[in-house]
Design a protein around this ligand. Structure first.
Ligand code: SAH
Length: 350
């Protein structure tokens, strides 16, 4: 590792802040040695705040209907090959019941932007989960909605909201999305969520089509400044029925390097080792944890819908990725020196 790269890493470690050009230098200066050094600092920072705990979230994929047409996503509205489904309130509650019994204390409801789930419908589901399990956290990942809608969901009891910014560069944003979707609105939503009081998560895909190193530097600076409670970073993986079918998947090592950087830029962030990372690399989930991540999100959706929630090809939803196999996951995580815990795992408020 050259002297300059080491100095930048040390600066990030001590100040949790870099300029955009410095983030770029860090990305360009990535070597095995730099990876290792960053990882060791990221692990020590994570340890300082969260010990060796790894938090689990039960992921309930409530619908693969989507009114949007994001070019990378397998459940985009113009994918005629997608076998659509949506879960009813009862389906979702039965997932939560199963999850609770398994030890989950956070439920994440994620889906395409499906107008079926009006504020009224969602508030009713959230309130019922909270009534049954008051000590559990409810996280939503339902895309862009109005401020009013976010407010109603929050008042119904939702605690957290995940909305990846996808890319902090508006030109790059336009190359990944149809023109009715804008970075401006995405960012507006993120600020509204935060103001309303949600623990808020942003994030992006590594190696998405047309992404440059400069784009990633911008993402990192955005994350540092937005200072989210959560941050989802996973490799892009092509889906055969999307316009991006012929692009190559993102790089697992670069993803882990970026996880370490984000751990240093936002020391208390709740950072998942994503399913996408586990899907492109055997042991990817573990490598994510060893790079500074501290969250995993096993799949709690009904077994027969899992393969239909196909954002990208070869998405893991079985084995240690499935909620029922929590034992397997616990063993894997224990084998690398970490401990799966069942507490809610809220963000440490800064
Ligand atoms: N409709 C919700 C949930 C989207 S799915 C929303 O808009 O937030 C959750 C995340 O999966 C997306 O934010 C995106 O970053 C990621 N994703 C979608 N397609 C992907 C692909 N082909 N490869 C990797 N990640 C993908």
């Amino acid at each position: 590792m050259n002297k300059k790269t080491k100095e930048i890493i040390d600066k990030l470690y001590t100040t949790s802040s870099l300029s955009e050009p410095e983030y770029l230098d860090l990305i360009e200066g990535r070597t095995g040695e730099a990876e290792e050094y960053l990882r060791s600092l990221a692990v020590s920072v994570r340890k300082k705040h969260y010990g060796n705990k790894v938090f689990i979230r039960g992921l309930i994929e409530i619908s693969n209907y989507c009114k949007n047409d994001c070019l990378y996503c397998g459940i985009r509205r113009s994918n005629r090959m997608c076998d659509r489904y949506r879960l009813t309130k009862d389906d979702i509650l039965s997932c939560a019941d199963t999850g609770y019994a398994l030890g989950f204390r956070t439920f994440v409801m994620q889906g395409g932007e499906d107008p079926y789930y009006t504020d009224e419908t969602m508030c009713d589901i959230i309130a019922e989960i909270k009534r049954r399990y008051p000590e559990c956290a409810v996280t939503l990942s339902l895309g862009e909605r109005s401020r009013e809608s976010y407010k109603r969901l929050f008042e119904a009891g939702a605690d957290r909201y995940l909305l990846r910014h996808e890319t902090a560069d508006s030109n790059h944003y336009s190359s990944l999305h149809p023109k009715e979707l804008t970075l401006e609105n995405r960012i507006k939503c993120l600020h509204e969520l935060k103001e309303i009081g949600f623990q808020t998560g942003c994030g992006f895909m590594v190696g998405s089509p047309y992404q440059t190193k400069e784009n990633i530097a911008k993402d990192l600076k955005f994350i540092e400044e937005f200072s989210p409670e959560m941050c989802g970073i996973g490799p892009f993986i092509p889906h055969k029925d999307t316009p991006f079918r012929d692009f190559t998947a993102g790089d697992a090592e670069l993803t882990c390097y970026l996880l370490s950087i984000v751990r240093l830029a936002v020391p208390t962030v709740l950072l998942p080792a994503t399913t996408a990372l586990g899907s492109i690399l055997e042991g990817g989930r573990e490598l994510g944890i060893l790079s500074g991540a501290n969250v995993v999100m096993p799949n709690l959706s009904p077994e027969d819908t899992r393969e239909k929630y196909s954002l990208y090809n070869n998405k893991l939803s079985t084995g240690a990725e499935s909620a029922e196999k929590l034992i397997l996951l616990k063993e894997k995580i224990a084998s690398i020196g970490y401990e799966i815990v069942t507490e809610r795992g809220d963000a440490i408020r800064k």
